[in-house]
Write a protein that binds this ligand. Structure first.
Ligand code: ADP
Ligand code: MG
Length: 404
């Protein structure tokens, strides 16, 4: 809860504190039966007023858990001291009931539970003292109906708890909303950055592509070399498409046509493409698919989804471990499974997938899964993760099958 409650409105805070201090000084000086007598009671009352005032005035400069705890403890000591110094002022008992309410103002859940427990213990001791030692001599209004007073005290703590519970929940939701706005702002900046970078990369790509196309037509070059050129041109085209995809996060592009995609052919080309990437750490990609199946999607986008997920599986795998890919029809769906025996993920990590910039890799962008989920949603598909820390991950990708 740091961002919200550290930005406390100082003007409002200081005005409230000045009013509180004025009331405390009034309590000390006006019609006080102990006023003017140099005895322990009046001195401790005065000292506590000064200490509590200083704590409250210094708090905005030290917004920490420790400071809040100190204020709560000093406030508790102050109210209990008043209760014992002025037994005739029965309304002091009301303050004792509402001590934990002070901690609600700090929106610190640990502090609230701490003050609730501390206050319950203190009131138990106080009531025991009144019942056993004082025996209603100084506090007849409590002793006369001890049980009733205990019930009232418990009731007041329950009310305070509900006030805290409801306002804290609301505050948390507001905090979440604030975080989301901040994140979408960040995403917008990333989108603008991506657009700028993509623009700069596109130009050299177009130049290289143009020259390669020229050489491809050169009759003095052998067919073997020309084959490499067409491969390079293909790869450059893919790179260009990937850049467009990245741009689509910032600026959703409606131009991509939905076509009939041959899943087996796309998976084959993706595994071929990633074969050399896997070899870096001696990871093999085992691809197993018998039947032909088709889905309705954009081929480039579907390819990008598979590349992201299979790349993640390779990156999670240890040296020499293989990544298994299976695919087939399951009722009206085409189901693709990407299985790795890598480092896996905890439940919390799986839940964070798809959050922009969530990455545990030193050079990760944390955008891969977000793009994948966007593509899957666009074509009514789903991506499901089953993972266990240290054991590996199975990603199940499901798309509605297209009947030819
Ligand atoms: P990036 O790959 O750039 O880090 P992604 O969105 O593709 O971003 O993935 C986000 C995070 O999810 C990764 O950093 C990784 O920690 C985790 N992750 C994704 N796939 C797997 C997997 N198969 N096994 C283990 N962790 C994974
Ligand atoms: Mg990735």
């Amino acid at each position: 809860m740091n961002t919200l409650d550290t930005h406390i409105n100082k003007k409002l805070y200081y005005s409230t504190v000045i009013i509180v201090i004025t009331i405390m000084i009034m309590g000390l000086l006006i019609d006080n039966p102990r006023f003017g007598k140099l005895e322990m009671g009046f001195i401790s009352h005065s000292v506590l007023v000064v200490v509590l005032s200083v704590c409250l005035l210094l708090y905005p400069k030290h917004v920490t858990h420790v400071c809040r705890a100190i204020i709560m403890i000093v406030a508790s000591v102050y109210f209990y001291t008043l209760f014992f110094l002025y037994p005739d002022t029965w309304s002091n008992f009301i303050f004792l009931c509402f001590i934990p309410a002070i901690s609600i103002l700090f929106f610190d859940s640990k502090l609230f539970y701490f003050s609730l427990i501390l206050n319950s213990l203190s009131i138990t001791l106080t009531f025991s003292y009144i019942a056993l030692v004082d025996q209603g001599h100084l506090y007849p209004y409590i002793k006369r109906d001890l049980i009733g007073n205990v019930i009232n005290f418990v009731g007041s703590q329950v009310i305070i708890y509900f006030i805290f519970y409801l306002s804290y929940g609301r505050m948390k939701r507001q905090q979440l909303y604030y975080e989301q706005i901040k994140q979408s702002e960040r995403l917008k900046t990333a989108g603008q950055l991506a657009a700028a970078v993509a623009h700069e990369i596109r130009n050299p790509l177009t130049v290289v592509n143009g020259f390669l196309q020229l050489y491809e037509k050169d009759s003095s070059l052998s067919e073997g070399i020309k084959k490499h050129f067409s491969l390079m041109i293909n790869e450059l085209n893919t790179a260009e498409q990937v850049i467009s995809q990245l741009l689509s996060i910032a600026k959703p592009n409606k131009d991509h046509e939905t076509e009939t995609v041959n899943v087996k052919a796309v998976l084959q080309s993706v595994t071929d493409l990633l074969h050399s990437y896997g070899l870096l750490h001696d990871n093999k990609i085992e691809f197993n698919m018998v039947e032909e199946c088709y889905i309705a999607a954009n081929k480039i986008e579907f390819k990008q989804l598979l590349i992201n997920i299979i790349k993640n599986a390779i990156e999670a795998s240890g040296v020499g471990e293989s990544v298994m890919i299976t695919a087939g029809r399951k009722k009206d769906f085409v189901e693709i499974k990407v299985i790795d025996c890598g480092h896996g993920m905890s439940e919390a990590e799986v839940e964070s997938l798809g959050t922009p910039f969530y990455s545990l890799k030193s050079k990760g962008t944390g955008l891969g899964m977000m793009i994948c989920y966007n593509i899957a949603t666009k074509y009514k598909g789903t991506i499901d993760f089953q993972s266990k820390k240290g054991e590996g991950t199975t990603v199940t990708i499901c798309f509605p099958a297209k009947h030819l």
